[in-house]
Design a protein around this ligand. Structure first.
Ligand SMILES: N[C@@H](CCC(=O)N[C@@H](CS)C(=O)NCC(=O)O)C(=O)O
Length: 207
């Protein structure tokens, strides 16, 4: 497998899932502003959408969209528990959270905050209205749970820790939601998460 990623972007969740499940993969950094890899290759030849993550599977199939990639990676290593088995109700619960993080947190909030083309009024709405609603919802769910789904770390947690990393650079003080701040701090201590974040921080610093 080969993962196309950009440091500290949403593709970090897939790197975390790979490390959590001890799967090997090649890693190819994409410069999102030029849509080229670090080696100069045209990234749109891999993913015409120009977005990370993209996963080139061992049989050559190319999978895009983070929530699909995360489940694919999890299903290749069922013993990791990164996703409940397909067909069990818990799998739909996982998909519920993956979709919530993708659609409501990632796109509605952080895409709006980070995209320079978005008008200031929309950014203000995202920061002051949309974000608090979503963070309250997540806080309510996590206040008496260690993980989003069931009693072990899943790819939904990998995606959420990735999204919460964006709070500080997005000008959001996560301490306003102590449950989320504490949960995020705990997840950052997981060896696979610490390794993935540390490696991508180093890449970002070197760029
Ligand atoms: N729907 C895609 C969105 C992925 C996405 O937004 N990736 C961002 C990085 S977090 C990106 O590649 N942005 C560059 C762009 O949209 O051109 C998914 O869920 O995988």
């Amino acid at each position: 497998m080969d993962l196309y990623f950009a440091p500290l972007s949403c593709s970090l969740a897939t790197r975390i899932a790979l490390y959590e499940s001890e799967q090997t993969a090649g890693f190819h950094e994409v410069v999102l502003s030029t849509k080229r890899t670090r080696t100069g290759a045209d990234y749109r030849a891999i993913n015409p959408k120009g977005q990370v993550p993209a996963l080139v599977c061992d049989d050559g199939e190319i999978l895009t969209e983070g929530v699909a990639i995360l489940q694919y990676v999890a299903d290749r290593a069922p013993a990791s528990g990164l996703a409940p088995p397909a067909g069990e109700f818990a799998r739909y619960r996982l998909q519920q959270w993956l979709n919530y993080i993708a659609a409501e947190v990632h796109k509605q909030v952080f895409y709006t905050l980070f995209n320079p083309a978005v008008p200031i009024e929309a950014k203000t709405f995202a920061r002051e209205v949309a974000l608090p609603i979503r963070f309250e919802h997540l806080s309510g769910h996590l206040k008496d749970r260690a993980y989003l789904v069931g009693d072990r770390f899943t790819v939904a947690d990998a995606y959420l820790v990735t999204a919460l990393n964006w709070a500080a650079p997005g000008g959001v003080d996560l301490k306003r939601w102590p449950v989320l701040a504490d949960w995020h701090a705990v997840q950052l201590q997981r060896p696979a998460v610490a390794r993935a974040v540390g490696e991508e921080l180093a890449l970002r610093a070197a760029a």
